[in-house]
Design a protein around this ligand. Structure first.
Ligand code: AMP
Length: 394
């Protein structure tokens, strides 16, 4: 990396992986980016430099960091060694939950960290790791602004009917509401649409962010109008290991009949459900697609069924549909899942172009399709960098 220059670092610390990127300022060209994956299992770090050269770091057996703290410390040292004099102006962090208080990126201080920590129970798979990422960066980049960018922010300021539950009103006032997540991904796609498909961007769009975490967002004129995720990152679509929509009566049953406590239920809903729970094989769509087991087929079928059902519900909520966008690891890469979700939606004005879908082109609908169907890779890191730069300039 060139010395004398300045840039931003972004960190997206998840439950089993850490995504990172270094951007030049003010161009926001990516200088380096990658992922430290499978923490605690067969940990591997893969990065790409600006010229697309791949850097891979693997550890000798038993030597890989097996905790988040160890992985973060390693990664930050590894990054610092590669900065080659580049001055980091600010570090941007993906923080899943901003609660009621944070509807835009903030420069984090101790008071804000304490407030964000109170939201950990609402996103136990993510929030504690997000905050650990901030702490780790603070300890190395002394005096450098740490900027939290929230997944909930894109969905804030929804009218009451769209963010309430039909529960006693005092719970709403306390913050028991639908927040929605994956906001950084949706915001990135919204910008992309505005640039490349401005006509559709100003209309009614459903974005399907289908990855290990999965949700859908209905947008009108570039703004979030409804989302499948709600109070926590559990609701809506089934995910890698999260249950998605669930009758609350099931939880009452588990407590009353199986005598399961909060921890046992939480573990089940977050870690042992979704594709993993139904298939009993894996949370990974690639593994399920490659499997001959009936339970793997059942898991995919349920995933597709729920996605189709939520798509219809969101289209009804925004009173029509002009475009659908697929993104996330599954949405971007699974030809079969895209095809199956869109199959039979002719009544909604959807007509898939099989070849374009097979070739994973950007436009995957036929020219006759009333609804434009798109495949657009998301880039949460770039969205974070954009927020960081804007925040540093204000
Ligand atoms: P993400 O959380 O966005 O990184 O997405 C992870 C999910 O994307 C996992 O379920 C992967 O199996 C899935 N995925 C990645 N590549 C493919 C592919 N080529 N075909 C099907 N699923 C894929």
């Amino acid at each position: 990396m060139p010395s004398q220059s300045k840039g931003y670092l972004t960190l997206n610390v998840g439950s089993s992986s850490i995504k990172f990127a270094v951007f030049d300022a003010p161009s926001l060209n990516r200088l380096l980016g990658g992922e430290l994956d499978a923490i605690g299992a067969s940990t591997v770090l893969v990065a790409k430099s600006a010229d697309d050269g791949t850097i891979r770091h693997e550890w000798d057996s038993g030597k890989a960091p097996d905790t988040h703290a160890g992985a973060l410390a390693f990664l930050i040292d590894w990054l610092v060694a590669r900065l080659d004099g580049l001055q980091i102006l600010a570090v941007g962090h993906r923080v899943v939950h901003g609660g009621l208080s944070y509807d835009r990126p903030v420069v984090v201080d101790e008071a804000i960290m304490s407030k964000l920590a109170t939201l950990e129970p609402l996103a136990p798979l993510h929030q504690p790791h997000n905050l650990a990422g901030i702490r780790a960066a603070q300890s190395v980049f002394h005096g450098v602004a740490q900027i939290a960018c929230f997944d909930t922010a894109f969905h804030s300021h929804q009218p009451f009917v769209k963010d309430c539950f039909a529960l006693p009103r005092d719970l709403y006032d306390e913050g028991v509401r639908r927040y929605g997540f994956h906001g950084l991904s949706y915001e990135y796609i919204a910008h992309h649409l505005e640039r490349d498909f401005p006509l559709h961007a100003s209309g009614r769009v459903v974005i399907a962010h289908l990855g290990n975490g999965a949700s859908m967002c209905a947008m009108v004129n570039g703004h979030s109008a409804a989302s499948t995720m709600g109070f926590s990152a559990l609701d809506g679509l089934p995910m890698g290991s999260r249950c998605g929509q669930l009758d609350p009566g099931v939880m009452l049953y588990l407590m009353q009949t199986r005598k399961m406590d909060v921890n046992a239920i939480s573990n089940m809903l977050y870690k042992d459900s979704g594709l993993k729970g139904i298939s009993g094989i894996s949370n990974d769509m690639r593994t399920l697609e490659a499997s001959d087991e009936q339970s793997a087929r059942d898991a995919i079928e349920y995933f597709v069924y729920r996605a189709k059902r939520e798509l219809g519900a969101l289209a009804a909520a925004i009173e029509g549909l002009d475009a659908i966008v697929f993104t996330g690891g599954i949405g971007e890469n699974s030809v079969m899942v895209r095809e199956r979700i869109l199959a039979g939606l002719g009544w909604l004005g959807v007509e898939l172009d099989d070849r374009a879908n097979r070739e994973s082109q950007t436009i995957i609908s036929s020219p006759r399709s009333r609804v434009l169907c798109l495949r657009i890779p998301t880039n949460e890191e770039h969205m974070i960098a954009q927020h960081v730069q804007t925040r540093m300039q204000t």
